[in-house]
Design a binder for this molecule. Structure first.
Ligand code: GCB
Length: 591
């Protein structure tokens, strides 16, 4: 009876406030240079479409022998099916391919104290979309947002010896979420990035932000460091620049301007420096490049030099593993971008793996990073804003030491309503407050009635992104010419998408829509025309690789968006690849 009473709880009425969003950007820890203990591996696993686990309180089950159980639970978290972590469950078993709902992950972790002065954190690189974390039966918090890292502090809650960690991950698309319900990429689910334990001393460095002061002098490194600990001093060092400085810590914060002459980071010379920070017994270390990006009129300048962004868009979507990426995957991505003669990549439409921006720093690729404020979002809902803003700030805090990241993008193709304007302007203000040395953009709108780039959000941005599909969704190519001529944006425009589907598999058409030949034709026309518009300062065609998506089901698509310049084997190039590569080579030589 008791069990039935629990089962009958309505919808979200559980006896625990699971909707708590307490795992967010305010409790992030600075991780670079720290030792970590990986919890990757096989976790016990069960899909739970009806959220029975929350109602029956599976998380509170004791790992006792089955015959000693006092209640007939419908799941046993301590035995049974397992799944690899990190992974997307869709890629693990065919029966989970379209599963959308909650899934439970459970594993034991044996804790041995290493230091009486230690704190212990669990870090999850990303779980799609929200993740509730439990330790030994206790609910510790909930994280919203499917692609940014979050932390749960275990200090003071651990048993010496065996502990049980449980995560309930839910990938349901809901109306209050970012993204909302309709997207053009696959709705993967699971803990799909690394999960690890981090130990720190009690007094802990929680954030380090190091950047070249954006004042056109190129001779001042500014540092802002946050700690959770007493007032005092910390030591900041960049050995290679001869910098070693004590900085006062007051009320958890330390800041300083340090005069020096760093060699500037750029795609041609992606120079990185090792920075060290020591606070009491805690220390962290990162690799940081120094550069300045700015906009003047319709131009973009990197370190004072005029630059054109020769880009390509990319999703995080692997044929084998979905959103799980490996260093080899990422290196292949960068190798293909370099082969295209790119100096720029758009990481669409959500925050990509942190290794991707680290590699971009090393490879000298400029990055547009974004959050999934995509198509229709409930711009009026404060919960939606909270989710979007938190994803933005988690992304910024994770990656603001990456010189490669030059643009934060706050949205993609959203209708120009008052609510959207307020929502996205507020996001821009937050981003600027957290990071003074990057440009803000979004994929904005064209007014089709006037055939003109016109979007009220443009006033708030530094760079106007435009997705245009003339030759594909908009069949009349000449309209692009009209738009080009009618527009006078007064700011740099980046064509953040353009392209066409080209299917090259069995049964591929030889001409017309979905043929490789037609795709090439679209690229030829786009290249020829866009080059003439002097306010266009970058292009990132859609897209490097074909990617999986539920909504594309015609005979050529079969569950894939076919606009990739390379097919979904990540290897076979379509003809448009070399067209774009040749165009970029020409631009590179002109620059
Ligand atoms: C767009 C979207 C992108 C889609 C693309 C397409 O405008 O921003 O997410 O995948 O078009 O292929 O239709």
């Amino acid at each position: 009876l008791a069990d039935n009473a629990i089962n009958s709880l309505h919808d979200e009425q559980y006896d625990v406030p699971f909707n708590l969003q307490n795992l967010n950007h305010t409790n992030m820890l600075f991780v670079a240079g720290r030792d970590t203990e990986s919890l990757n591996g096989h976790w016990n696993f069960a899909v739970d479409l009806l959220d029975t686990g929350l109602r029956q309180r599976w998380y509170a089950m004791k790992p006792s022998a089955a015959e000693a159980r006092s209640e007939p639970w419908d799941y046993d978290p301590y035995v049974g099916e397992t799944v690899a972590v990190p992974s997307c469950w869709q890629m693990q078993k065919e029966k989970w391919y379209f599963f959308e709902g909650s899934a439970w992950y459970t594993r034991a972790w044996d804790y041995v104290e290493k230091n009486s002065n230690e704190r212990v954190f669990l870090r999850i690189g990303a779980a799609q979309y929200d993740c509730k974390v439990f330790l030994n039966g206790e609910f510790l918090g909930n994280h919203y947002g499917g692609s940014t890292p979050f932390f749960v502090e275990f200090t003071g809650k651990l048993n010496s010896g065996r502990n049980w960690i449980m995560c309930c991950v839910n990938n349901t698309r809901t109306l209050d979420r970012v993204p909302m319900r309709n997207t053009d990429w696959f709705n993967y689910g699971g803990i799909y990035r690394d999960i690890e334990i981090i130990r720190t001393p009690f007094a802990t460095i929680t954030d380090v932000h190091v950047f070249l002061k954006p004042d056109n002098n190129y001779n001042c490194v500014h540092i802002e460091i946050e700690v959770d600990g007493p007032n005092g001093y910390l030591d900041f060092e960049i050995k290679e620049l001869g910098i070693k400085q004590q900085v006062a810590v007051v009320s958890g914060k330390a800041a300083a301007d340090i005069l020096c002459q760093p060699q500037l980071w750029s795609p041609d010379s992606p120079k990185l420096y090792t920075i060290d920070c020591q606070y009491l017994s805690d220390s962290v270390q990162d690799q940081v490049g120094f550069r300045q990006i700015e906009v003047r009129g319709t131009e973009i300048f990197l370190n004072g030099n005029n630059i054109f962004l020769r880009g390509i868009s990319v999703h995080e979507d692997d044929i084998q593993d979905g959103k799980v990426v490996t260093v080899e995957d990422l290196k292949r991505r960068f190798a293909h971008a370099k082969e295209l003669n790119c100096n720029f990549m758009r990481f669409a439409h959500y925050t990509h793996h942190e290794m991707a921006t680290k590699l971009a720093d090393q490879y000298g690729i400029l990055v547009w990073a974004e959050i999934p404020v995509y198509w229709a979002i409930d711009f009026e809902n404060p919960a939606t804003y909270r989710d979007a803003q938190n994803q933005l700030l988690e992304m910024i805090k994770r990656d603001r030491n990456r010189a490669s990241v030059v643009i934060w993008s706050v949205g993609n193709e959203n209708a120009d309503t008052d609510a959207r304007l307020k929502f996205m302007s507020d996001l821009c203000h937050s981003a600027r407050e957290f990071d003074p040395c990057r440009l803000l953009s979004a994929a904005c709108l064209v007014n089709h009635a006037k055939n003109k780039i016109e979007d009220r959000l443009a006033d708030v941005l530094d760079v106007i992104g435009i997705n245009e599909y003339y030759g594909w969704y908009e069949e009349v190519f000449d309209e692009l010419i009209a738009i080009g001529e009618n527009s006078n944006p007064g700011k740099p425009v980046v064509i953040s998408e353009t392209g066409a589907d080209g299917f090259i598999g069995k049964g591929a058409p030889s001409s017309g829509f979905f043929s490789e030949a037609y795709m090439s034709e679209v690229y030829r026309e786009q290249i020829e025309y866009l080059e003439r518009l002097d306010y266009i300062k970058g292009i990132s065609p859609w897209i490097l690789y074909e990617f999986r998506v539920e909504r594309r089901q015609n005979m050529f698509q079969q569950g894939w968006n076919r606009k990739g310049l390379i097919s979904n084997d990540k290897f076979t190039k379509k003809d448009a690849f070399s067209l774009l590569g040749d165009f970029y080579k020409k631009l590179e030589l002109q620059q």
